[in-house]
Design a protein around this ligand. Structure first.
Ligand code: F6R
Length: 613
């Protein structure tokens, strides 16, 4: 939700800001803006729409300066309009603020500030920050302007509440940027004679891979030649830069038309990279010895959207391999339901970004209940990883497309590795069984390399079905969550109506929506449930459905008798099969959206990380 970039250095900041905003556009794309300090004056450019619109407007305004901030917006307070676009200014126009998150007490603050004569120009919550800083600058004492601004920011932080990250610039302090982080993402990039403030690493990865991860309540003070970090009480603290191993190329499209397509093709590598660290001592990560692991009695999985679907798959894994009962909750529901406070419970939060507010909120609740917490996360230093007791990282590199693909398959892979580890540790799996499962897991990346070869066939099929109004996805057992994921992917990027069902459920109601030509995509690997899936295909076909079967080689012939189209994915073990089965569904969503002319990487109304409740 919203992307922030700030630059302070010796070069013209404008290209850095525009480029950084393009990298952050996945976080929001209703409108964008920037402010540059040019010869002691702040020049602000804002535009409704994507960063490309801002780029055009900036070319005309042509601001130049070595200190600047930029923002790409996902509207929360106030419609997407130029007035509501960031940066926002105070009454003097000398203070500019870019912000991500929500200031919960903004209405009270706004009323107070208006009573004191402040004039507001937007409907946003952000603008109160600029006016509060203006007000606080009048009341703090300091020997020079740089210190005054810092003190005014610190005072402001004590007055605002909510989850936020923001960047500030003042016309009177060239060469200075201040960043604040509280429960919304904000990192600092440390370069040579230039430093960056950003919501996410890809925004500056081209220029530096040295990153300072801020903690809740931290204030970062950026100059050309250095960065100081202060904690929430104003005490200076040492933060060691972390070298990020992400390759800059992984944050670019690399010749693909869209990030979504590139990221589908990234999956063999993402799985391999995730597996490199997967055969690890989860006991050490969890802080549990053999006895502690044997005593685990309950596992709660919490996540949102696609990550929730990975959690649903994880339930099958853990229950089958480790014999531990698992509940899977949407994080937004977990927070508000009564959760029995049972001992020996582990809560696992799955999240690509590590910044999803609902997931972080649910983890906080799990901690309050006394549960040990583990994050399965892709982003180093993210808020979730700081909130949980420990983290296992998926290593898929930056996922830029709003629709999640490679993070999903890496999450499932991680859940499998965790389940196998738990099973081995608590004696549910023999060493031989564990080794066999692991061998199959290690072959997964190669199988994924085969699965992505299906693009051409899927693309071809979409020509026949892309105009359908509604799509149905069916799966059973461990493939049921894949049916849900296939439907989510399709509706996200193509805006078509799509629903996923457990195949056994359709006769209890959903079959009534099948009509002549309705595409029904059936996940039916050749496993113990294959025959039941054949019947499901027949039931749908009898009602006029256009049946697409996703199966393995052994099932291809029989599937062809009951389906209009068959896709053959490589065969792996029954539990791992969903990792491969989802691939044609990802391509299907991509190609339907492409044929419909949708904005694939940035679907309407969505943002990559949902940092508000
Ligand atoms: C779907 C999608 C979303 C996210 C969800 C959780 O393609 O991307 O449903 O999966 O918002 O996000 P993370 O994993 O960052 O917590």
């Amino acid at each position: 939700m919203c992307g922030i970039i700030g630059y302070v250095g010796n070069n013209n900041c404008v290209p850095y800001i525009i480029d950084g905003l393009k990298k952050l556009e996945y976080r929001g794309y209703d409108s964008a803006g920037l402010a540059v300090l040019q010869n002691g004056n702040l020049v602000t450019v804002r535009a409704v729409g994507k960063v490309a619109e801002l780029e055009k407007a900036t070319l005309i305004a042509n601001p130049k300066g070595t200190t600047g901030i930029g923002h790409t917006r996902w509207a929360t307070h106030g419609k997407p309009s130029e007035e509501n676009s960031h940066p926002h200014t105070d009454c003097t126009g000398d203070i500019v603020v870019v912000h991500n998150g929500i200031i919960e007490n903004y209405l009270t603050l706004r009323a107070k500030l208006e009573a004191r004569g402040h004039r507001f120009k937007s409907e946003t919550d952000t603008e109160v920050i600029a006016h509060l800083i203006e007000e606080n600058l009048l009341h703090v004492r300091a020997s020079h302007d740089q210190d005054r601004l810092l003190k005014a920011v610190q005072k402001t932080n004590k007055e605002i509440s909510g989850a936020y990250a923001y960047g500030v610039m003042w016309a009177r302090t060239p060469g200075l940027l201040i960043g604040v982080k509280k429960q919304s993402p904000m990192v600092v990039g440390v370069g040579k004679d230039e430093n960056f403030l950003a919501s996410d690493v890809p925004a500056f990865l081209k220029h530096t891979n040295k990153v300072l991860f801020l903690e809740e309540g931290d204030v970062a003070v950026l100059h050309v030649d250095g960065v100081t970090v202060l904690d929430k009480d104003g005490k200076e603290k040492k933060v060691k830069p972390v070298k990020i191993s992400w390759d800059q190329k992984t944050a670019e499209k690399g010749g693909y038309a869209h990030f979504m397509l590139k990221e589908i093709y990234d999956q063999p590598q993402a799985i391999e990279d995730t597996l490199r660290t997967a055969r690890t001592d989860f006991g050490k990560i969890l802080g549990l010895d053999t006895d502690g692991l044997r005593q685990l009695r309950n596992i709660h999985i919490i996540a949102c959207g696609t990550a929730y679907h990975a959690g649903l798959v994880g339930k099958y894994y853990i229950e089958q391999l480790a014999g531990i009962p698992v509940s899977v909750d949407l994080a937004s529901e977990y927070k508000y339901r009564t959760v029995p406070q049972l001992p020996n419970t582990l809560a696992i939060a799955i999240s690509q970004s590590g910044e999803t507010a609902d997931t972080i909120g649910a983890v906080k609740k799990a901690k309050e209940l006394g549960f040990r917490t583990l994050a399965i996360c892709n982003v180093l230093g993210s808020s979730l990883t700081r909130t949980c007791d420990s983290t296992f990282f998926t290593h898929c590199g930056p996922e830029i497309s709003v629709a999640s693909t490679k993070a999903f398959t890496s999450q499932i892979t991680s859940m499998y590795a965790l389940a196998a580890f738990l099973g081995q540790a608590n004696g549910n799996l023999s060493q031989t069984a564990f080794e066999k499962l692991y061998k199959e897991l290690l072959a997964l990346s190669k199988d994924m390399g085969e699965a992505v070869k299906l693009e051409y066939e899927v693309r071809h099929l979409t020509r026949k079905i892309y105009k359908a109004d509604r799509f149905i996805f069916l799966g059973r057992n461990v493939n049921f969550p894949i049916a849900l994921e296939g439907a989510l992917k399709l509706k996200e990027v193509s805006y078509r109506s799509a629903e996923g069902f457990a195949a056994g459920e359709i006769k209890h109601g959903p079959i009534s929506i099948i009509d002549k030509g309705t595409p029904v995509i059936v996940l039916m690997p050749h496993d113990a449930l294959f025959e039941k899936m054949l019947s499901a295909c027949q039931e749908c076909r009898a009602r006029g459905a256009f049946v697409v079967a996703v199966t393995t080689k052994a099932g291809a012939k029989m599937a062809a008798d009951v389906a209009d189209q068959v896709f053959i994915v490589p065969q792996t073990n029954e539990l791992l099969q969903p990792v491969l089965d989802v691939v044609p569904l990802q391509f299907l969503a991509y190609w339907i959206a492409k044929r419909l002319g949708c904005d694939i990487d940035q679907p309407r109304n969505l943002a990559k990380s949902v940092t508000v409740e």
